[in-house]
Write a protein that binds this ligand. Structure first.
Ligand SMILES: *Cc1c(COP(=O)(O)O)cnc(C)c1O
Length: 429
């Protein structure tokens, strides 16, 4: 038995020196390869597929989730609270696992709130953000369950004021601030300039006055500048600026700041040429902020909220090759899964230029017989593409195609009913 790690997708052949400058995917070293086969959750992939009983499926490795949280805790100063933004992966078993590991769960709808509470999350440690919270979500569900609401508008204050009076419970609130800066280098910007998220920093004083007059329980601030950032320096800059902004706003706050959510945005490497985020500078920067906060806002807990960073690298999407076609010299591996289960790997979930996720043939990962092939799904659209002309182990019908970095924004972020193919299954192993 030989144990190795998965070679990076796009591994270059030694006889192709001209291709050396081509950027490569980082090594998917989180999954071992035993006897040539990828191992997920301690099980060879073909056996796992048999255990699941069908393809396509998503598998999330629970030990990798646990390891990720402990590695992050080791890199960040003690006392920094970690929240899981569960929209990245709302599978109930994943949320339950994460709820035991982290300090809080961030939800973005009453549906997610139910999953978090069912999973055993402590309502005191749940926060609820998102534009367009409906009255019923705010009034009954959020106030009655006692979670913290990250306010995104004046209207929300008014709805919560009514609910608080009716239920005899002051709503717990923090102000989500739309800052006057952006997170440089992030894949998705969610703060700065005109945005539907949060309250413009200019309007926050007025909002805080209204919170005070309505008798709501003010707890602090939430700043989220953006997502999928692989540059430690820009994350540090955004966190330092967010801290400075919160400090300024705290002067006019209706009460002491107990909760200071500085956002997250930690990215994972999806595409060729991307490297894993360096946590060292982020830990140092947070140590600095923590020391300042101990003097400036002694009651504040500092929170970092992360979705994909916790779960993304722990998951794979697995689809079986159902046909192998050669069209005018180009190899197409047609799989039983695709865009309808994994919109983001197909390149249609916010990417400007389509690039390949790391992909391999999991049943033959270590094979030295390789070829350039495209992995496509069963849908009647050219958008249904999981791998575009990648260097892959030679695959036949029945082999298992694997998309790495699939633990976040997968099943729940895909149009599963598009074209009427069967839904995928998700397992936590
Ligand atoms: C989506 C979202 C997150 C999670 O983003 P990731 O890129 O998955 O870490 C965190 N906070 C807020 C407010 C979000 O909307």
């Amino acid at each position: 038995m030989s144990t190795t790690t998965a070679p990076a997708a796009d591994t270059l052949r030694a006889d192709a020196p001209a291709a050396r400058a081509v950027p490569r995917h980082v090594e998917m070293s989180q999954f071992p390869v035993v006897d040539g086969e990828l191992v997920v959750g301690g099980m060879p992939l073909s056996r796992l597929a048999a255990r699941v009983g069908q393809t396509p499926f998503y598998a999330y490795d629970r030990n990798l989730l646990t390891r990720r949280v402990s590695e992050l805790r080791a890199a960040l100063p003690t006392g920094i609270e970690l929240h899981y933004a569960m929209k990245a992966n709302p599978m109930p078993a994943v949320v339950a696992h994460m709820a035991r590991l982290v300090d809080g769960i961030d939800v973005a709808s009453a549906g997610e709130l139910k999953v978090a509470l069912d999973a055993g999350a402590n309502p005191a440690e749940v926060s609820f953000a998102g534009p367009g919270k409906r009255d019923v979500e705010l009034q009954q569900q959020a106030v009655a369950s006692g979670v913290l609401v990250n306010l995104e508008s004046l209207r929300e204050v008014n709805v919560l004021a009514q609910a608080s009076a009716q239920l005899g419970l002051p709503a717990r609130v923090a102000v989500r601030v739309n800052p006057d800066f952006e997170l440089k280098g992030s894949g998705m910007k969610m703060g700065g300039g005109p945005k539907q998220f949060g309250v413009d920093v200019e309007v926050v004083p007025e909002l805080m006055a209204r919170i005070a007059s309505a008798g709501l329980a003010f707890e602090g601030f939430h700043l989220f500048a953006g997502s999928q950032n692989l540059r430690a320096d820009s994350i540090c800059e955004a966190q330092a600026k967010s801290y400075g902004l919160a400090l300024r706003l705290a002067e006019g706050a209706p009460g002491p700041v107990r909760f200071l959510n500085l956002g997250g945005g930690f990215g994972i490497p999806y595409f060729p040429g991307e490297q894993r985020l360096d946590l060292g500078p982020i830990g140092d920067n947070l140590r600095n902020i923590q020391a300042r906060a101990a003097k400036d806002m002694p009651q504040a807990s500092i929170v970092i909220e992360l979705g994909r960073y916790f779960v993304g690298e722990a998951g794979v999407y697995v689809a079986r090759v159902v046909d192998r076609k050669v069209s005018r010299g180009q190899v197409y591996l047609v799989a039983d899964g695709g865009l309808h289960h994994h919109l983001s790997a197909s390149g249609n979930f916010g990417q400007v230029v389509r690039k390949n996720y790391p992909v391999t043939i999991g049943s033959k990962t270590a094979s030295t017989q390789r070829e350039t092939a495209s992995v496509v799904g069963p849908l009647c659209t050219p958008l249904d593409l999981l791998a575009d002309r990648m260097d892959l182990p030679v695959a036949e019908v029945g082999d298992l195609a694997v998309v790495f970095q699939s633990g976040a924004y997968g099943a729940s972020a895909s149009p599963q009913s598009f074209l009427g193919h069967p839904a995928c299954v998700e397992v936590l192993v």
